[in-house]
Design a protein around this ligand. Structure first.
Ligand SMILES: [Zn+2]
Length: 82
């Protein structure tokens, strides 16, 4: 177990109402524009510099155990990412 600090207490832990999972979650973003920046080297090869991600659509939250749609908790989820 990693030591974790929850400033507002354990009552704020998010758990899936369907299966009780409170450890694994995933986000799904719609309409993502991914821009990848490259620099060409003198020998003609390319080096990957950075990626820019722009999300134009909705971002959904799902339970990582049973795939239940938990998007109604997404705002709270984002506030608890450190
Ligand atoms: Zn679940």
């Amino acid at each position: 177990m990693m030591p974790t600090i929850h400033p507002t207490g354990i009552a704020n832990r998010l758990s899936c109402p369907t299966c009780g999972n409170d450890e694994v979650f995933f986000e799904l973003a719609n309409d993502v524009l991914l821009t990848s920046h490259y620099t060409q080297n003198s020998d003609g090869s390319f080096t990957h510099d950075s990626d820019t991600t722009q999300i134009n659509g909705d971002v959904l939250l799902f339970c990582g155990a049973c795939q239940e749609d938990l998007s109604r908790y997404h705002q709270r989820f984002k506030e608890m990412i450190f």
